[in-house]
Design a protein around this ligand. Structure first.
Ligand SMILES: [Mg+2]
Length: 407
């Protein structure tokens, strides 16, 4: 007969959820002195599916065999389940064996409005192709099917860049944002978020607004284009553009500030991050005269940007050195993290421009937000949702958590 190993049994109970089901079933298991090895349940609408894996030790003192114990136990469980109007299925999985260690864990997040069955199918097909097992799948959004998180694992080393490439191609075709992150303590233990300002935290480019106010929009825009085509470096182009703003008054700066539109979800996102104890920084290639006000308005901890020289209430057309360019943005991120004793893996950076790339690379999680293709291709993640709140899903924060945090 059966030699050594303890017998393991998996039961799955399904039916209408009601309080007390788990308590009744575990009560029976407790009486039989089995060891529970695993338990998992899911409730969709009011339908419950509860699975319990337990082991029955062969009795050493009494003559009754493990098989007899199991038979009696299953009978009791089936009887109780029927009484509660539930369906119970069981399977004997044979002798207990140590679970195979799964060395690599990842979180895959899908965000769309809503996530289509096709997108879900294509993503899970790619995960299967890479031999990734889905351990947990959960809807994070409240209300509509806007965000699904899958925790996946594999025992084999993963070609992450190839997987990312295939997921990105689905993302483009199916209009869904897909993020792949290593799952572990650092994903859930993020402590600082760094934002770019123009076209990330706010919807406009402040320098364009200043230029409009001063009536030099076309001239400034021509320099911007020249810089973007790579004919001029950032510092030089910034100095040149700022020189066109000479004479802009502080009153006009106030007017521009009053017109600044925050990106949808920006205020909520910062409010939630602050409530959760995150440090929030604004690191901008734009200007302190706007960045500092946003810092106060939104309760941001640190703001760094370029300072425009002002004399007698007017811009002189000069920018005070050092200029906050791509390298300086990345350096500032590192300096703040060091000061706050936050590991770079615990930092999230969000930006849209080419001058954000170094900063996005430096952070544990770099997110290209509604970015130009050149940026979204290079960044670890790319979000094309218009609402900044979707960033919270990447931290595993659900819609329900969010409603709680916003009240
Ligand atoms: Mg920007």
């Amino acid at each position: 007969m059966e030699a050594t190993g303890n017998s393991t049994v998996l039961i799955t109970v399904s039916g209408h959820d009601a309080p007390g089901i788990t308590s009744e079933l575990t009560g029976i298991l407790a009486e039989s002195q089995v060891n529970i090895l695993d338990i998992d349940q899911a409730v969709i609408r009011d339908l419950l599916s509860l699975s319990i894996l337990f082991e029955i030790a062969p009795s050493s003192t009494v003559a009754t065999s493990a098989a007899a114990t199991e038979k009696a136990l299953i009978k009791d469980l089936l009887f109780k389940a029927t009484e509660m109007g539930m369906k119970l299925e069981f399977r004997n999985l044979g002798p207990a064996k140590a679970p195979t260690p799964k060395a690599y864990h990842y979180a895959v997040t899908l965000i769309a409005e809503p996530v289509s069955a096709k997108a879900l199918h294509e993503v899970t097909a790619v995960l299967a192709k890479f031999k990734l097992n889905i351990d947990v799948i959960e809807r994070l959004s409240e209300g509509e099917f806007g965000c699904v998180e899958m925790l996946v694992s594999t025992t084999q080393e993963l070609d992450r860049s190839e997987l990312k490439k295939q997921l990105l191609s689905i993302a483009r075709q199916q209009s869904v944002d897909i993020a792949l992150q290593a799952e572990g303590l650092y994903r859930r233990a993020k402590r600082m978020v760094v934002f770019d300002m123009d076209s990330t935290l706010i919807q406009s480019e402040v320098i364009d607004e200043f230029a409009r106010e001063k009536g030099v929009y076309d001239e400034v825009s021509a320099i911007t284009h020249e810089a973007m085509s790579g004919k001029m470096d950032f510092d030089e182009s910034l100095k040149k553009r700022v020189s066109k703003l000479k004479g802009l008054t502080t009153a006009q700066i106030d007017t521009v500030y009053s017109r600044v539109q925050l990106t949808p979800g920006a205020a909520d996102l910062i409010h939630v991050l602050k409530k959760l104890g995150y440090k929030v920084a604004l690191i901008s290639g734009g200007f302190t005269c706007i960045a500092n006000r946003l810092k106060d308005q939104l309760g941001i901890d640190f703001a760094y940007a370029n300072t425009l020289e002002i004399e007698k209430g007017e811009l002189t057309g000069r920018v005070i050195l050092p200029i906050v360019n791509a390298q300086r943005k990345a350096d500032l991120l590192e300096i703040i993290a060091q000061q706050e004793q936050i590991h770079l893996d615990q930092v999230i950076a969000i930006g849209d421009g080419a001058n954000d790339l170094l900063m996005l690379e430096k952070a544990g999680l770099g997110i290209a937000f509604n970015a130009k293709p050149v940026v979204s291709e290079k960044a670890a993640f790319s979000i094309s949702q218009k609402n900044l709140r979707s960033i919270l899903y990447l931290l595993g924060i659900s819609g329900r958590d969010l409603s709680e945090l916003l009240t």
